[in-house]
Design a protein around this ligand. Structure first.
Ligand SMILES: C[S@@+](CC[C@H](N)C(=O)[O-])C[C@H]1O[C@@H](n2cnc3c(N)ncnc32)[C@H](O)[C@@H]1O
Length: 393
């Protein structure tokens, strides 16, 4: 493909991504993957260049752009290599009209920029939400040790005790160490969130929003495969990804429970009042993961945010029902909005006077409300709010 044809293709893909964001359709990654599958004439260099163009353009636009072309014109303002490619060639974009307006730049839609600012995230702290994410690994302590693990490419230790950082884009899934379950891909912030639970061998631990089990596997390693570890989620698809991952990791103690939304306790009733520790890695707006999903900024609105906050409170109340006297609960969200973090945790403590906030001794992060916040700018991790509460004995 010519460079101009790549730009035109990126514009068309951006149109599809914008429409999907407005209609809560497929995420950008899936739209790209489907296009690449259906258009085999695009070779690997074309695919890489188109993907890069699409993501750079998404990052360059704050509010949802009106069109892919307007979005690309925004990127063209900062990259002098792009305007000459609007050359009217056979597969390239039409020349730029004198009066054509580029889409607006910025960090996010205005309402969201304002919500972030109210949560203490503005200026370079906000801009860093759109930086490039590093590629972090967790060494699986059930099978290997960070100090002695041999990997095909250089890896630097991170602030998490089992964490390593490798060059972004490294195809670690092709490494034998990945296939053999010696390593997992996991952001350092996620690793620290698991450590906050301080899960011990022999305990009964519930991962209440386990999803595909990223954090469950870290908990299994912390528990050295001893005790009970229950991975629960309402999403059958996500939960079904856990079994093969657990097998690869040698994590043999995990039980899974599929939950019915709104009737979760039906599948968890036998655990009520019995859990030593519950991890609530709640569904959230994901503002802390924009580095990986920058178009998520365009999917969020006030109604969705309010729905998420309500769901988080509901799941936290479920977690409290599972705790035994003296048990502990860790609340994690990968967002920097206080409504889903510090304020949500504050409200939990107010609803349940038997709970008391516990200090966290994490190797990264800064205090936010009664918890800890990790940010891409200060910590080099995804953005997280993490807080721990213990129930009275
Ligand atoms: C942030 S994701 C969890 C990610 C996962 N812990 C990991 O580390 O990969 C939040 C999860 O909460 C789940 N969820 C949504 N509503 C729920 C509910 N009512 N009870 C339990 N889980 C729920 C979603 O299906 C989603 O998998």
């Amino acid at each position: 493909m010519t460079p101009a044809a790549r730009v035109q293709t990126a514009i068309e893909l951006l149109d599809a991504i914008i429409a999907a964001a407005r209609g809560k359709g497929a995420p950008a990654d899936r739209i790209l993957a489907e296009w690449f599958r259906a258009n085999r004439f695009a070779g690997s260099k074309d695919r890489r260049a188109i993907r890069e163009l699409v993501y750079r353009t998404i990052r360059a636009c704050g509010p949802v752009p009106a069109s892919g072309r307007g979005a690309m014109l925004r990127l063209a303002e900062t990259d002098p290599a792009i305007p000459p490619l609007f050359d009217g060639s056979q597969y390239g974009p039409a020349p730029i009209d004198a009066g054509e307006e580029p889409a607006a730049g910025g960090v996010a839609p205005d309402w969201l920029v304002e919500r972030l600012a109210r949560s203490g995230v503005e200026g370079e702290r906000a801009e860093a939400l759109l930086g490039r994410a590093p590629l972090d690994l967790r060494v699986n302590a059930l099978k290997a040790e960070r100090a002695t693990l041999d990997l095909p490419e250089p890896a630097e230790p991170t602030a998490a005790p089992h964490g390593l950082r490798v060059a972004t884009g490294t195809a670690v899934e092709r490494w034998p160490q990945w296939a053999d379950g010696l390593i997992e891909v996991q952001d350092t912030g996620s690793q620290l969130a698991c450590l906050a639970l301080a899960a011990q061998p022999g305990e009964t631990v519930v991962d209440l929003c386990a999803g595909g089990g990223g954090k469950t596997l870290a908990l299994a390693a912390a528990m050295d495969n001893q005790g009970r570890l229950i991975a629960a989620d309402t999403d059958r698809n996500r939960l079904s990804r856990l079994a093969p991952r657990a097998e690869r990791a040698g994590a043999s103690l995990i039980e899974t429970r599929l939950l019915d939304p709104g009737r979760e306790l039906e599948a968890l009733g036998d655990l009520a009042g019995l859990a030593d520790a519950v991890l609530v890695d709640a569904p959230c707006s994901g503002t802390g993961t924009w580095r990986r999903n920058p178009e998520a900024r365009w999917r969020l609105d006030e109604t969705e945010l309010a729905r998420l906050a309500q769901l988080q409170a509901h799941i936290l109340d479920l977690a409290v029902a599972l705790l035994k006297p003296g048990g502990r609960l860790v609340y994690v969200t990968c967002t920097l909005l206080d409504a889903e973090g510090a304020d949500q945790f504050e409200a939990l403590l107010a609803r349940h006077p038997q709970l008391a906030a516990q200090p966290l001794a994490l190797s990264l992060g800064r205090e936010r409300g009664q918890g800890t916040r990790l940010t891409p700018l200060h910590d080099g991790t995804d953005g997280f709010f993490i807080a721990c509460a213990a129930s009275a004995c």
